[in-house]
Design a protein around this ligand. Structure first.
Ligand SMILES: *[C@@H]1O[C@H](CO)[C@@H](O)[C@H](O)[C@H]1NC(C)=O
Ligand SMILES: *[C@@H]1O[C@H](CO)[C@@H](O)[C@H](O)[C@H]1NC(C)=O
Ligand SMILES: *[C@@H]1O[C@H](CO)[C@@H](O)[C@H](O)[C@H]1NC(C)=O
Length: 325
């Protein structure tokens, strides 16, 4: 028994060494120069030097889709391979948090798949990061995922419990949640307005939004074509949707149209998220992360708005961040 445990640990050690040294842009047999290794990017304070008068809409912000799914075992539901803390250190500032009521707690799910993470853990990770890096801003899409399990309260009641009553989260919410000037804010704030704060993109509860900016509000320009007919023909049309969205973002930002542009690189219906991002494991299809990384590296587009990525790599995060300078 003891002997076999030793063998397992050695095998795990060899595996970890491979992933973290020579094969950084490889994961589970998938190879992609613009995927997987965002944990090598160190940009914990990239917003701190940007003037407070800057419109948030003018920033180019790397984000993750289904942020908390780095430990889900099934490829069907896994969209990330780096945990929230590593994403924050890499410079990622938009997070897709999907909480489901389970025994009156908010736990993080991707559809019916439990990610092993809780909303409490998400909030405390955000607040610790903002306390250590007070010049930064976090955008949190908070979505009610699936249907409640064995719960006697509704989503809004649970959200407000963490916000107002839970001793582990209420002080942080009071300090760090951005409060809109009125329900249903009519403009996106400046960077200065939301520095050291969490801006909630409210994908739950009522409209007008009381706790942030409503998801699908006219203030947001959203590209989220996530259903792909199949891996071969589908990625071409999805990539077209991504570059169309970047082109619209550039024009909207240059003309000051006041919208926050959000472009999802991710796709998950008709394809595995990892194959949409990184292509097939035999290299027959090039994934969306590499296509987008090369498009940006080639000098196309301008400011990007929020770029929402599955399995982001260091090179892709860098291409987005560089659009701010
Ligand atoms: C459902 O909730 C009740 C009351 O909180 C609890 O006693 C019970 O163990 C829960 N059942 C399950 C399956 O979690
Ligand atoms: C910020 O956006 C508003 C609304 O679109 C615009 O009127 C203003 O000029 C912008 N500010 C800067 C500094 O670009
Ligand atoms: C490559 O992988 C894809 C997806 O797994 C598969 O459909 C295709 O047949 C493979 N192509 C080759 C040449 O092996």
């Amino acid at each position: 028994m003891k002997f076999s445990v030793g063998i397992v640990s050695l095998a795990q050690l060899v595996l970890v060494t491979q992933y973290t040294s020579t094969l950084a842009a490889q994961y589970h047999g998938y190879h992609s120069p613009y995927s997987f290794d965002c944990n090598y990017q160190h940009s914990p304070q990239w917003m701190t030097s940007i003037p407070s008068s800057t419109n948030l809409t003018h920033l180019s912000i790397p984000g993750t889709h289904d942020t908390m799914t780095s430990v889900v075992v099934s490829h069907i539901f896994q969209c990330q391979n780096n945990h929230l803390g590593a994403q924050l250190q890499a410079g990622i500032r938009y997070f897709d948090i999907r909480a489901r009521l389970n025994n009156n707690e908010l736990l993080i799910y991707h559809q019916d798949s439990y990610t092993q993470h809780s909303y409490l853990e998400v909030l405390t990770t955000f607040f610790n990061f903002l306390d250590a890096n007070p010049g930064e801003t976090i955008l949190m899409r908070l979505k009610e995922e699936s249907t409640p399990i064995n719960s006697t309260i509704d989503f809004l009641t649970a959200f407000n419990y963490y916000r107002l009553n839970d001793a582990q989260t209420a002080p942080g919410c009071s300090k760090h949640f951005w409060v809109p000037p009125q329900p249903g804010p009519t403009s996106i704030p400046t960077l200065g307005d939301v520095r050291n704060k969490v801006l909630i993109l409210q994908n739950f509860g009522s409209d007008p939004a009381e706790y942030g900016i409503k998801w699908e509000s006219p203030l947001l320009a959203l590209e989220d074509d996530y259903a792909i007919p199949d891996l071969y023909s589908g990625l071409d049309s999805k990539f077209q949707a991504i570059t169309d969205s970047f082109t619209a973002a550039k024009a909207g930002i240059e003309s000051n149209d006041g919208k926050l542009y959000l472009s999802h690189l991710s796709a998950s219906v008709g394809v595995l998220p990892i194959e949409a991002a990184a292509g097939t494991d035999n290299g027959s299809v090039v994934g969306l992360n590499d296509r987008t990384g090369l498009w940006l590296k080639g000098g196309n587009g301008g400011r990007t708005g929020v770029v929402i990525i599955d399995f982001p790599g260091m090179g892709l995060v860098r291409e987005v961040l560089e659009r701010n300078y």
